[in-house]
Design a protein around this ligand. Structure first.
Ligand code: ADP
Length: 523
C-alpha cells in the first residue's frame, strides 16, 4: 500500500513537473523528452519513444524524443513506426524484436498509445521492456495514458504557439508595410511598435522611437503652437472618447513641417483604464494646403466680385433715380465707371478661367513671332489712365532685338500684369523701366519700379495662386493674387523663366525670358 502510494505520488510529482515545463515555455522537444523519460521510469520500462505525425503530410510518423534510445538508433525504429496503429497489437512486438536485434538490444515487450488532440491523432508514445522484465499490466497502461495526455497537450500548445507566432509575423508584416504610419503605445504612453511609414513621416528611426513617450516623437501642435499630445492628450480625456482623432502640425526630426492626422484606437480595461492604443498617422499636408487654397479662393473671389458689383449697382441705381437730374457729363462719368468695373469683372473671370484651365492641364498657345517693343508700347498706352503725373515710364529695347516665339495675347497678358503691378505697388509714383536684350537664344526682359519692394522671403511665394503679400497695400489695392501665378505659368509654357529681384522698400525688378524667334526684327 505504502509503495503504491509512493508510486502515485511520484507520478503526480512528474506530471506536475511536466506541466510546469510546459508553462515555462520550454520548446516542444524538451517537454516531450521529459514526458518520455518519466513515462519510462514510471512504467519500469527500459526505453521509449515519442513520434509525431508530420504536420504537413499528416501521415508519416517522425521520432521527436526518446528515453534511453540513442539518436543514432532512431532510424532502426522506422519499421516499427510504419506499422499502422491497428496492427500494433498483432505485429508490434514481432517488429520490435527485429529492430532490437538490429541494434543489439534485448527489447521484447511494448505498449504503444496514440496521442490525440481532441479526436485527431497527432502521434504515438512507445514504452519498451527488455525480455526479462515482467509483462506490462493494465495499470502501466493507465499510467502511460496520463503521460500520453500530457504529451498531446504539449503538442497542442506548441502548435497553438506556432500559429500565434505565424499570425503575429503576418500582422507585423501588415503593420510594417502599411501605407499609413502605424504606432502602438503601451499603458504608459511609450512607443512599442513604429512602422516604416512612421520612420519616413517623422524622421525618427525605429530604434530611437521605441521606448520613448509618444508625445515626444509625434508631438502634434495646434495652430497656437501648443503640443496637443502633451497638454490635452485625447487618450487621457475623461470620459473616454471612443476613437479620438487629432490633427495638427509636427516638426519632423529632419526639420520638415508637416500637417498630420492621427487616429487612435485605444484599448481599455473593464474599469475603462487605459491599456494602450494603436495610432494610424497620415500626412495630410497637401490636403490641408488644398483646403486652405479653397478657403482663400472663396474669400478672395467673394471680395473681388463684391466690390465691382456694388459699384455697378450703386451707379446704375443712382443714374436711374427719377427725383434727381444729372448733367450729360455726370451721366458719361457714371457710365464710364460702370464700364470700367464691368471690365474688371470680366478680367477676373478670365483669370479664374485661365487658372482652372491651367490646373486641368496647361494652356494652349498660338505661337508666332512677336515683336516685344511695339507690344510693350501698346500696353503702356492702354494703361495710361493708371499712370498719373508722378509716374515716368522708360522703354529700353535695342532696335535690333529679334522677335520672340510666343502667343501674342498671352505675352500681352504677361506685360500688362507686370506693368500694372509696377504701378499698383508704387503708390508714391516713380520711374518704371521696361526693357530687354537678346542672350543665348532668349530675350531677357525686365519691368522695374521704385515702389514698395518685396522682402526676400516672399520672392517665391508671390508666384503662388491667390498669394498676396500681407501689408498695408494689400488692403488698399484690389487684386486676386492670380496675376503672377498666371504670368509664371504663361512664361513657363513658352519655355521661359521668370523671377523677381527686390528688397523691401527698394522697388522691384521682375525679369523674364522668352525664346527668340527665327527672324530678325529688321528684316
Ligand atoms: P495681385 O496684384 O492681384 O495681388 P499678383 O499675383 O499680381 O496679385 O501679385 C501677388 C503679390 O505680389 C501682390 O499682392 C503684391 O503683394 C506682390 N507684388 C507683385 N508685384 C509687385 C511689385 N511690383 N512691387 C511690390 N510687390 C509686388
Amino acid at each position: 500500500m505504502h509503495i503504491f502510494n509512493d508510486h502515485r505520488l511520484r507520478q503526480r510529482e512528474y506530471l506536475l513537473q511536466i506541466s510546469r515545463a510546459m508553462t515555462a515555455q520550454l520548446d516542444l522537444v524538451s517537454v516531450l523528452s521529459l514526458v518520455i523519460s518519466y513515462a519510462v521510469e514510471m512504467t519500469a520500462g527500459t526505453s521509449g519513444l515519442i513520434a509525431l505525425y508530420d504536420e504537413e503530410s499528416g501521415d508519416q510518423l517522425r521520432i521527436r524524443a526518446s528515453a534511453h534510445v540513442p539518436r543514432q538508433d532512431w532510424p532502426a525504429f522506422v519499421r516499427l513506426l510504419r506499422l499502422a496503429p491497428s496492427d500494433l497489437a498483432q505485429q508490434g512486438e514481432k517488429v520490435l524484436r527485429e529492430v532490437a536485434d538490429d541494434i543489439g538490444l534485448p527489447l521484447r515487450q511494448m505498449i504503444a498509445l496514440p496521442l490525440t488532440l481532441r479526436t485527431t491523432p497527432v502521434g504515438l508514445i512507445y514504452v519498451f521492456r527488455a525480455a526479462l522484465n515482467v509483462a506490462f499490466s493494465a495499470d502501466d497502461r493507465q499510467v502511460l495514458e496520463d503521460f500520453a495526455d500530457q504529451a498531446a497537450i504539449a503538442v497542442s500548445n506548441a502548435r497553438l504557439y506556432q500559429g500565434v507566432l505565424r499570425e503575429k509575423q503576418r500582422l507585423d508584416a501588415t503593420i510594417e508595410h502599411s501605407a499609413d504610419g502605424v504606432m502602438i503605445i503601451d499603458q504608459r504612453w511609450r512607443i512599442t511598435t513604429f512602422n516604416r511609414t512612421m520612420e519616413l513621416l517623422t524622421g525618427w528611426s525605429r530604434e530611437e522611437a521605441v521606448g520613448r513617450p509618444c508625445a515626444e516623437v509625434l508631438g502634434i501642435h495646434n495652430l497656437q503652437g501648443i503640443n496637443i499630445c502633451l497638454n490635452d492628450c485625447p487618450l487621457q480625456r475623461m470620459p473616454a472618447t471612443h476613437n479620438p482623432v487629432v490633427e495638427g502640425q509636427i516638426r519632423t526630426r529632419d526639420g520638415r513641417e508637416l500637417y498630420v492626422q492621427s487616429r487612435y484606437a485605444p484599448q481599455r480595461g473593464p474599469q475603462g483604464q487605459f491599456l494602450g492604443a494603436i495610432a494610424n498617422v497620415r500626412d495630410i499636408t497637401l490636403q490641408k494646403q488644398e483646403e486652405e487654397l479653397q478657403n482663400t479662393f472663396i474669400s478672395v473671389i467673394s471680395h473681388e466680385l463684391k466690390t465691382p458689383v456694388s459699384i455697378i449697382k450703386g451707379f446704375a441705381g443712382t443714374l436711374q433715380r427719377e427725383d434727381a437730374t444729372f448733367s450729360a457729363e455726370q451721366y458719361r462719368e457714371g457710365l464710364h465707371l460702370i464700364e470700367e468695373e464691368a471690365d474688371r469683372l470680366a478680367r477676373l473671370i478670365q483669370d479664374l478661367l485661365d487658372v482652372s484651365r491651367l490646373t486641368a492641364g496647361g494652356i494652349r498657345l498660338d505661337v508666332a513671332d512677336v515683336a516685344l517693343a511695339p507690344l510693350v508700347a501698346d500696353v503702356v498706352r492702354s494703361l495710361a489712365p493708371m499712370l498719373t503725373a508722378h509716374y515716368q515710364v522708360e522703354l529700353r529695347f535695342p532696335d535690333d532685338l529679334p522677335p520672340v516665339r510666343g502667343d501674342y495675347e498671352r505675352c500681352r497678358q504677361v506685360i500688362t500684369n507686370l506693368v500694372s503691378n509696377a504701378i499698383k505697388y508704387s503708390p508714391e509714383g516713380g520711374m518704371i523701366r521696361i526693357g530687354g536684350w537678346p542672350e543665348a537664344g532668349y530675350a531677357v526682359c525686365y519691368v522695374s519700379d521704385q515702389g514698395i519692394g518685396i522682402a526676400n522671403e516672399e520672392h517665391e511665394a508671390i508666384f503662388r495662386r491667390f498669394y498676396r503679400v500681407d501689408n498695408r497695400l494689400r488692403r488698399e489695392t484690389q487684386g486676386s493674387g492670380l496675376g503672377l501665378f498666371l504670368t509664371r505659368a504663361i512664361i513657363e509654357a513658352h519655355g521661359g523663366r521668370i523671377w523677381v529681384e527686390s528688397q523691401l522698400g527698394k522697388g522691384a525688378r521682375f525679369v523674364f525670358t522668352l525664346p527668340l524667334g527665327q527672324h530678325k526684327l529688321a528684316e
